[in-house]
Each structure stands twice: as C-alpha cells, then as structure tokens.
Design a protein around this ligand. Structure first.
Ligand code: TYD
Length: 214
C-alpha cells in the first residue's frame, strides 16, 4: 500500500469520541507553549464540501439514495479531500501533520453493510494509506449512550448495527497493518483526558514530531 507520510486517521464506531479527540488535539496544537510543533491541520469525512453535504443529507435520510450511490459519493468526496485544492496529499507533502476524522476504513466497514464488500473495496483500493491509524475501540452500548442527547440521529446509530461495525473494524484493520500502516488500538471508554493522553503518546512517535522536538 502506498503510504502518505504525516497523515493520521482516527476511526471508530459512532459515539467513540473521534471528533471530541480531534478538537482536543487541535487545541493542544494551538496552545502557545507548543510553538515547537509542526503545522497542524484537522479535517474530517464526509467533508464540508458539496459532495460531503450531499452524503450528510443521505445519512439523515432526507435524501433517498441507492446505497451504492452513497458508496460512490463517499469515494468521490475522498478523492477531492485528498487531491483537490488544499487537499491532504499536498498538505502532508508540505510537512503539515494532517489528521482526518474517518477515511477509507469507514467505507470498508459501513458501506459493506448495505452494499456488500466488493464495491467499497473496489472504490477504495487505489487510495493511499495513512502513516498512522488510531482506532477508538469501545463497547457500542457505552458509545450510543453518549449520543443519546444529540438532536439528530443518523441512520447508523443503533446497537445491533454498531456491534457489527465494531466486529468489521477488527476484521479489516489488520489489512492496513499488513500494508504498512501503523495501527494503534485505543481504549475509548476512558475519560476524554485519558484518551487524549493516549492519542498524544502515539502521535509523539511520528518522525515529523521527533524532527520538531530536536
Ligand atoms: P461522523 O462524522 O462520525 O458523524 P457525526 O458528524 O454525526 O459525528 O460521520 C458520519 C457518518 O458517516 C458515520 O456514521 C460514519 C459514516 N461514514 C460512512 O458510512 N462511510 C464513510 O466512508 C465515512 C467517511 C463515514
């Protein structure tokens, strides 16, 4: 697998805390005392661009699409995210540490549930891998409790579904490891502060971080 250096991906089921952790990480990078750190860019999928917007409407079920159409939209959104203007590939190449909340593993896991495995695999096999993949592992019951207070549910936020999602993550992540991606499994049931420390511990091992510390 081709690897994009300086590219990190957060993955996990719904309610596993990836967005919270990305916020905390961004704050850590913007703190004054951390001036010696590399330039940092936080991003997410589905993106805030036009294709991502369409996907979010489909996930909220106010736009009805064939699941195979949604799978294709996810990969189109990703292509733009990587290679479009101000995309991930260019940023990482310029030495920006780029962290994305979700990437290809989300498509392999989520879209395989309603499209089968072949289409998401075909649509995603040419995308390069990240240097580091952090998997936020958590019991789906705890994760869904965290989402209870949210006003809008998307179509994936149900227990049996999330149990299957977790199982599929555990099945596909070794493939990324075999392809040369460093994969770290984090206990996402810990407090946000404890998880943030674990995230930081993994990030610190990246060559780009060592370079700035030197
Ligand atoms: P997420 O950002 O976690 O949702 P929220 O903004 O509500 O926190 O992502 C939205 C949903 O998109 C999530 O349930 C997983 C799903 N998803 C896929 O099904 N396939 C993909 O390729 C990606 C990137 C996300």
């Amino acid at each position: 697998m081709l690897i994009i250096h300086n590219f990190v991906v957060f993955e996990g089921g719904d309610g596993s805390g990836t967005s919270t952790q990305l916020d905390l990480l961004q704050k850590r990078f913007s703190r004054q005392e951390n001036r010696s750190l590399p330039p940092f860019y936080a991003t997410f999928e589905p993106t805030a661009g036009p294709i991502g917007e369409l996907i979010r409407r489909a996930l909220r079920e106010d736009l009805v699409l064939d699941p195979k159409t949604t799978a294709r939209l996810f990969s189109a959104d990703r292509n733009e995210h990587l290679y479009g203007k101000e995309g991930i590939a260019g940023r990482c190449g310029r030495g920006e540490l780029t962290v994305s909340d979700r990437y290809t593993p989300s498509s392999l896991v989520y879209q395989s549930l309603d499209c089968g495995e072949e289409l998401p695999e075909r649509l995603n096999r040419d995308f390069p891998g990240p240097e580091l993949l952090l998997f936020f592992d958590i019991d789906p019951e705890i994760a869904l409790k965290r989402l209870e207070n949210r006003p809008v549910k998307d179509c994936y936020e149900y227990l049996e579904f999330q149990v299957e999602i977790r199982r599929r993550y555990h099945r596909i992540l070794p493939r990324y490891e075999a392809g040369g991606v460093r994969v770290a499994y984090l206990d996402a049931s810990l407090s946000p502060e404890e998880v943030a420390e674990a995230v930081w511990g993994e990030l610190k091992k990246l060559p780009i971080m060592r370079k700035y510390k030197a």
